[in-house]
Design a protein. Structure first.
Lengths: 230, 682, 157
């Protein structure tokens, strides 16, 4: 230990007293400092190494932050992809007929979550109508809508005004949380084997859905890559 | 409505203010740099004029924006996007800090104010290179914020095309409560206030004057910033309790964490700086804490303003993120570089005799605060890191923060009780017991009392016991010090103020907050009732009776439906639901029956679908919740007292006098020795 | 003996009180309390940072209802959390997972704290000054005298 080290409150160390003024350009590093410098040069290097390590960690943090996308564009993934579709079972609000997603094997199904109070849902609706109509005759794909936080009466009016005659299921059994839906509109594509192959956040377009269908038929990778689009 | 001409004036004056601020900052930086390099005092003295010019620029910009908001000049995009013809006057003024661009104006105004504060305070030392460098650093930060207003966050852009006649108004959540009008300015005063000690720390590193001069020079500034930050955080928490309607006051969300991080490092600094003043040790550490505090304010601003993390309070994404990130990176590189470069000068002389001593306690305190800050920072950014590493999406929220910080908090409470009783250098067991006897038994009594009134769970009970221990310790220290100072002939006021006593009052405030926080988050009871008119429900010994709806209260900006609820047969409380035309979601206004023992927190979950139908009422019983705000107030008060110069005692420079092994009464005095260090250049 | 006793008594009282206090603190019992506890650790997907217990957003309300349904159906906390993770991903839980890269969030602070305490320990040893001569009676007398003098001077002022 440095001999100077033990001296507490070395007068040279203490605070500049009131009224004391430094001269311009005077370096007032305490004399004690210089003694120390000569005697124990090791700690200074510790400071350097620690500073360098901290710097590296922080630069890495900056790099992570700089390359992070905004939170809002990071959500199109779903753990359901590649897994069996959760149950959708119920009575259609429009026709009163029973619907069960499990009965739709052999067809592609677009599962659309919507609400009448949601503007993008209104915007995407004509495209869903067009998509459903185009696939009605070949009967190779269907649309089913699930109501998200809404009144049945409003839903009926919505379809009266805007067309569409597919099954519309009101969620009373926890369909929304089973599909991991966070907001509307959100849509999923279920393949003929009942496996979820894609999730679309936000509004769909008829062209987008057709494109997705083609990719999905080509193989699962194509569909997943597409999922963040639309 | 003064659209055309008035609008032009506002935009022109505002832009001129921003330009003036930027130009003055840049010229000031240049002048000071030349002055420092060529050692020309005349140039250094000019720094003061530039600081004033920057302030004039900031005032012009603020005034122009406020005028635009008050006169509802919708030709400015900021007003068109955030103001509305219907917003009441108070919120209209407060809209200045309701969105990104405006809050940058406020930020630069506060910063310019602090810069002028520094040049005025140190007017006698302007030619001192330390002050010169500090002023230069402050001007650099000012310049950065004015640059933001010229570049990515220009508040004075004009609406393209037709001028709207009204705007959407501020976010409904932000125009729901008057607290929102004062919480952000307080927070900014705290955030920005830390620029002053930061500037002096950088100046000390650059000039190599690493003696304690710069510390003393900035002590009050740091205290001031810390106090404002404390009050700002407290008000924010109070606001979320009063407005958000879930009965909570702290959610560990990114914005809260962003304000809490500099508070933690700032608090660590306020403690460890005493070790440096007293023993000349921990220089690197203290500088690092100040540099970290400032960097964290910038990082926090980035995290909350860039949209990288989303949060209830944060503003929408904007290109400003890149700028802030660059500022953070630059700050980190410069400060880490400076510390690495000056590491040789920073070695601490001095030594520590025993871990069981005041300085030992401060060191442990710092380890704990650093760990606390690390947990909060890690939890906040960790989801981003994990996603960057392996594309996994995780959340880190309240359960994590509570679990990780509870042990640290308990350890800090313990330390808070013991540390003031420890003398510097070394403590004997006898002395320690003598000082801790009463606090210990008081803590034990608190614990037993808590168990007796039915509190359960190990960590809440520990918090109550340690809280009692710490509070009694602080009160004991306070009364001893006051009495001792009185005996030395100080006036009642002078005997009561000062850093040590103020600090003890802050400690009492912290204990009150900690106990209230523990009680309110551990023993909350909540339920939802569907009540028809005239019917009652009972929860945790409280009866709530629904007495009917009030007629709708419709103003141009919102439609409010409120219910009349009688609580425990006496007062009427009116929780409400607000519909804002611009928002799809309804926003509740809770109503709280505040009590010393527990709050009854009422929310209107659903209004009757037809007249006379039932309402759905949420009721939350929160024990001791109101003490959170009381505790916050005590902390603010204590900070004020700590900033007032105490009774002066003769300083002892004789090293033997405070050496280890001194008799008890000397040790007791040594405990208050902090006060003897002169408080700097005033 | 007496010295040991005066420390032992408060410790004993604290231990007894804690034991009494801990005995009554079993987990939440009613369905409503269980739902509330689970909801507090589930993230509201549209309002990051908040739990579904503290949010009025539609998605939060729907997940809350789902939690209530599953609690009423008698599922365990783990089953309910697993079901939500299956639909929304790990990010739905506010408690980060304890395995894999994500587990570092639990380990790093503990490791950091241990490291910091170790550094502190070493520092304490290093900082310890060479055994200074203990203050003699004469030293103390000198100190006391100096103090008295200082005191009297400060009174004069």
């Amino acid at each position: 230990m440095a001999p100077g080290g033990g001296a507490p409150n070395d007068p040279a160390e203490v605070v500049r007293r009131p009224g004391e003024r430094a001269e311009l350009g005077r370096d007032d590093a305490a004399p004690g400092d210089d003694d120390e410098e000569l005697l124990a040069p090791r700690r200074g290097r510790t400071a350097l190494f620690t500073a360098a390590a901290v710097g590296v960690v922080l630069v890495a943090l900056v790099a992570v932050l700089a390359t992070s996308d905004p939170a809002s564009s990071r959500l199109a993934d779903s753990p359901l992809l590649g897994r069996r579709a959760p149950v959708i079972e119920g009575t259609s609000l429009l026709s009163g007929e029973a619907f069960d997603l499990a009965d739709e094997r052999g067809r592609w199904v677009v599962v659309n979550f919507f609400a009448t109070w949601c503007e993008p849902c209104k915007a995407e609706h004509p495209d869903l109508v067009r998509f459903a109509a185009a696939h009605e005759a070949p009967d190779d794909a269907r649309v089913v809508s699930v109501v998200f936080s809404d009144q049945p009466a409003d839903v009926e009016r919505f379809f009266d005004e805007r067309g569409g005659d597919w099954a519309v299921i009101d969620d009373t059994t926890g369909i929304v949380p089973a599909w991991g839906v966070t907001g509307v509109p959100e849509s999923f594509l279920v393949d003929p084997n009942g496996v979820v192959v894609a999730k679309i956040l936000g509004g769909v377009t008829a062209e987008g859905l057709e494109d997705l269908l083609v990719r999905a038929q080509a193989g699962p990778q194509g569909a997943e890559a597409e999922a963040s689009g639309s | 409505m003064p659209v055309g001409g008035g609008g032009l004036v506002n935009a022109a004056v505002g832009t001129a203010g921003v330009a003036l601020g930027l130009a003055a900052s840049l010229l000031g930086i240049l002048t000071l740099a030349v002055g420092l390099r060529s050692k020309r005092p005349a140039l250094l003295r000019l720094g003061r004029s530039y600081a004033w010019l920057v302030l004039v620029g900031a005032v012009l910009a603020t005034a122009a924006m406020e005028r635009a908001l008050i006169t509802r000049d919708f030709s400015l995009s900021y007003v068109a996007n955030n103001g509305s013809a219907a917003t009441p006057a108070l919120y209209n003024v407060a809209t200045l800090w309701g969105a990104l661009e405006g809050s940058i104006i406020l930020w630069s105004l506060v910063l310019a104010g602090f810069t002028v504060g520094v040049v005025v305070k140190f007017r006698a030392r302007l030619t001192d290179p330390l002050v010169g460098w500090a002023t230069l650093v402050m001007l650099v930060v000012c310049g950065f914020f004015f640059l933001l207003m010229v570049g990515p966050a220009n508040p004075f852009t004009r609406v393209a095309g037709a001028i709207p006649t009204s705007g959407p108004g501020p976010n409904p959540l932000l125009q729901n409560h008057p607290l929102m009008a004062i919480h952000p300015p307080m927070l900014y005063l705290g955030y920005v206030g830390f620029t002053v000690p930061f500037a002096f720390a950088v100046a000390a590193l650059v000039t190599g004057r690493l003696g304690e001069g710069w510390l003393a020079a900035t002590r009050r500034w740091t205290l001031l910033a810390w106090g404002f930050l404390t009050i700002g955080i407290g008000l924010g928490s109070w606001w979320s309790y009063e407005v958000l309607g879930w009965g909570g006051f702290w959610a560990w969300d990114p914005v809260e964490n962003a304000s809490f991080l500099p508070w933690l490092t700032g608090t660590a600094y306020l403690h460890s700086v005493m070790v440096q003043e007293r023993r000349g040790m921990l220089r690197v550490w203290n500088l690092s804490l100040l540099l970290a505090t400032f960097s964290l304010t910038i990082l926090g601003t980035f995290l909350t303003r860039s949209g990288v993390l989303d949060s209830v309070h944060s503003f929408t994404e904007s290109p400003i993120g890149v700028w802030l990130l660059c500022a953070f990176a630059a700050t980190v590189v410069v400060t880490v570089g400076l510390i690495g470069w000056r590491g040789d000068r920073l070695r601490s002389p001095g030594s520590i005799d025993s871990p069981v001593s005041r300085e030992g306690a401060f060191l442990l305190n710092n380890v704990l605060f650093a760990a606390f800050a690390f947990v909060v920072l890690l939890g906040t950014v960790f989801p981003l890191v994990v996603e960057a590493v392996n594309d996994e999406r995780i959340s880190v929220g309240t359960p994590y923060f509570n679990r990780m910080t509870a042990p640290i908090g308990l350890a800090l409470l313990f330390l808070m009780a013991v540390a003031p009783a420890l003398p510097w250098r070394k403590a004997s067991g006898e002395l320690l017991w003598d000082r801790l006897k009463v606090p210990t038994w008081f803590g034990v009594a608190c614990l037993v009392f808590a168990v007796a009134v039915g509190a359960r769970g190990v960590s809440p009970l520990l918090a109550f016991g340690l809280g009692g221990f710490a509070a009694a310790g602080a009160v004991r220290h306070l009364s001893m010090a006051t009495v001792a100072a009185r005996r030395q002939g100080a006036s009642v006021f002078r005997a009561f103020v000062g850093r040590s006593n103020g600090g003890m009052i802050v400690h009492v405030g912290v204990v009150v907050v900690a106990v209230a926080f523990t009680a309110a988050s551990s023993y909350t009871t909540s339920a939802t009732f569907t009540l028809t008119e005239g019917s009652s429900a009972t929860i945790a010994g409280h009866t709530v009776t629904y007495e009917g709806m009030n007629p709708p209260d419709v103003t141009p900006q919102r439609r409010q439906l409120s219910a009349r609820i009688r609580v425990d047969g006496d007062g009427i409380y009116e929780p409400a639901l607000n519909q804002f035309p611009q928002a799809t979601q309804t926003i509740g206004t809770p109503s709280v029956r505040v009590g010393a023992v527990e709050d009854v927190y009422l929310t209107l979950v659903a209004v009757p679908e037809r007249t006379g139908g039932p309402v759905v009422l949420g009721v939350i019983i929160e024990p001791l919740a109101s003490w959170l705000w009381v505790g916050g107030g005590i902390m603010g008060f204590g900070t004020l007292l700590a900033a007032v110069p105490p009774a002066r005692r003769r300083r002892t420079q004789d090293p033997v006098a405070t050496d280890a092994g001194a008799p008890d009464e000397v040790g007791e005095r040594a405990a208050d020795d902090v006060e003897r260090v002169p408080t700097g250049v005033h | 003996m007496k010295r040991a006793l005066r420390v032992a008594v408060p410790i004993l009282v604290v231990l007894v009180a804690l034991a009494v206090g801990a005995s009554g603190s079993d987990g939440p019992r009613t369905d409503a309390e269980r739902s509330q506890a689970i909801a507090g650790s589930v993230r509201c997907p549209t309002c990051a940072g908040q739990s579904i217990a503290s949010s009025d957003a539609p998605a939060a309300a729907q997940i809350r209802a789902e939690v209530d349904r599953r609690v009423a159906a008698g599922e365990s906390d783990d089953e309910i959390e697993a079901a939500l993770v299956g639909a929304y991903g790990d990010g739905i839980l506010l408690t980060p997972p304890s395995s894999g890269v994500a587990g570092l969030v639990w380990i790093l602070p503990v490791a950091g704290l241990v490291l910091a305490l170790a550094v502190l320990f070493v520092a304490f040893r290093r900082w310890r000054p060479d055994a200074a001569a203990p203050a003699s009676a004469a030293d103390r007398l000198l100190v006391a005298e100096a103090r008295r003098e200082l005191e009297s001077r400060s009174h004069e002022r």
